[in-house]
Design a protein around this ligand. Structure first.
Ligand SMILES: [Zn+2]
Length: 452
């Protein structure tokens, strides 16, 4: 299925003559079908070397279902020709990092990196304001809204020579921008592509990157999900969004359903027909009926019959993972099917688990390798749905349960003797995660040695 396809290297012969190149290019176009034919001749790169491509997901409108196509990873020739180096003054601020939300150490949080494109050196303040408001929109969606404190958000300045991005407002517009963002990518107006290597070079400047969002300076509706991207800084996937369209954040939220939640798409393509393969690994699509799921105690059986935040109750609705028949989805219409909707109950569970793959339930500014004195205060932070227990040498101090700040002395660590240690253990008791395997991610602890 499209979103599982890894980055492909489309190799076209390097050593053949000019005439042969033309023939080969023609052959490749015919073989790879409609998506290449839509691409304009100028966007098709000359067959001089291996062309790296990505499978991307895009949406034609704010309430639409997704579609997929294959696009080049690099900047197309017609845009590359317009690009010029920055002046020394502009270069000075290029790559600057500004914290938009700082919740704690990068080791304890999900680090979201927002990179702006199509903002000049003078417009970086606008970019920070756009990054802030886009994050507010994204984090208003559940389960983000309940877990805001698990996220750091870093804005990375990418200084562009031109304001605005290519393809806005019309297809022929070419702008010289840091990340080569462009609408009309692959001939599709709402498909907003970027140069993924340039994105990585900026993302690397942030203290950490678990999730990368490119904000392109435009009011036009558009975005894309690069779900086959794996990177050196460690993030999986890139989402693009236009900065000033009120609904473009929904594309990014859907894409994090793939990158963080590891969720499958719940929409279908009529032409896919009937699925006949094995049970998919994805948590939110299944070949099984509700009764088979319940009998086998598998997939989303723990949620069957429950009222879901996206409307209706959880069941097995026919159609999902692009197949209109032979695969079922948990609810009629979640955000993994249609933009602007809520995650369904299995989707929320997967998202919270995804948050905790990068973030800790328990965060503290006191490093774990620090040795404490008896009177030294240790503070911890936990989400609202979590509780903290404190232990001295492994035995719980019940009177300290729920406290967010203690000293070893207040926990009863004695004055004499060496080798004592205190431990804080936090468990998120949310009822939104039911799978015991995922619940394991919802407990964290940290210990500190105490000087005798
Ligand atoms: Zn999708």
């Amino acid at each position: 299925m499209p979103r599982r396809v890894r980055a492909r290297f489309r190799t076209t012969a390097i050593t053949v003559g000019v005439a042969a190149v033309a023939v080969l290019t023609g052959t490749a176009t015919a073989a790879t079908g409609a998506s290449d034919q839509r691409r304009s001749a100028a966007e098709r790169r000359p067959a001089v070397a291996a062309e790296r491509t990505h499978e991307v997901e895009y949406f034609t409108g704010p309430n639409g279902h997704g579609r997929h196509t294959t696009v080049p990873a690099a900047t197309p020739e017609r845009i590359a020709r317009a690009q010029h180096p920055l002046s020394p003054a502009e270069r000075a601020g290029d790559g600057d990092v500004t914290p938009i939300v700082e919740s704690g150490s990068t080791a304890d949080k999900v680090d979201v990196v927002v990179i702006g494109d199509g903002y000049t050196a003078a417009q970086q303040g606008d970019f920070h304001a756009d990054a802030r408001s886009k994050w507010q929109q994204i984090s208003a969606v559940q389960p983000y809204a309940s877990y805001r404190e698990l996220f750091n958000v870093w804005a990375v300045d990418a200084v562009s020579n031109d304001s605005g991005v290519s393809g806005d407002p019309t297809q022929s517009v070419v702008k010289d921008t840091a990340l080569s963002s462009r609408f009309w990518c692959d001939g599709l107006e709402r498909l907003l592509c970027v140069d993924t290597d340039k994105v990585e070079s900026y993302a690397t400047k942030a203290p950490a990157a678990d999730l990368v969002i490119v904000l392109s300076n435009a009011a036009k509706y558009g975005g894309a999900g690069y779900n086959d991207v794996t990177s050196r800084p460690g993030y999986d996937g890139i989402a693009t969004a236009s900065s000033d369209h009120p609904d473009s954040d929904q594309v990014a939220v859907h894409e994090t359903g793939h990158s963080l939640g590891k969720l499958a798409d719940e929409y279908v393509y009529e032409e896919y027909g009937t699925y006949t393969g094995p049970e998919p690994a994805d948590s939110n699509i299944s070949t099984l009926s509700t009764s088979a799921m319940a009998a086998q105690r598998t997939k989303w059986y723990r949620w069957l019959g429950q009222q879901s935040p996206d409307g209706g109750s959880v069941g097995a609705y026919e159609g999902g993972g692009y197949y209109p028949r032979g695969l079922n989805r948990p609810t009629r219409n979640s955000i993994m099917r249609t933009l602007g909707r809520e995650f369904n109950l299995p989707g929320r569970e997967a998202m919270i688990a995804g948050f905790y793959r990068h973030a800790s339930v328990l965060a503290s500014d006191t490093p774990a390798d620090k040795t404490l004195t008896r009177r030294e205060r240790v503070s911890v932070e936990v989400p609202a749905s979590a509780t903290v227990r404190w232990y001295v040498d492994g035995r719980e101090v019940r009177s300290a349960r729920g406290k967010l700040s203690v000293t070893p002395r207040s926990l009863g660590v004695p004055v004499f003797g060496h080798g004592h240690h205190i431990t804080a253990r936090a468990t998120d008791g949310t009822d939104a995660v039911r799978d015991p395997e995922l619940r394991n991610l919802l407990t964290d602890s940290r210990s500190w040695r105490v000087r005798g």
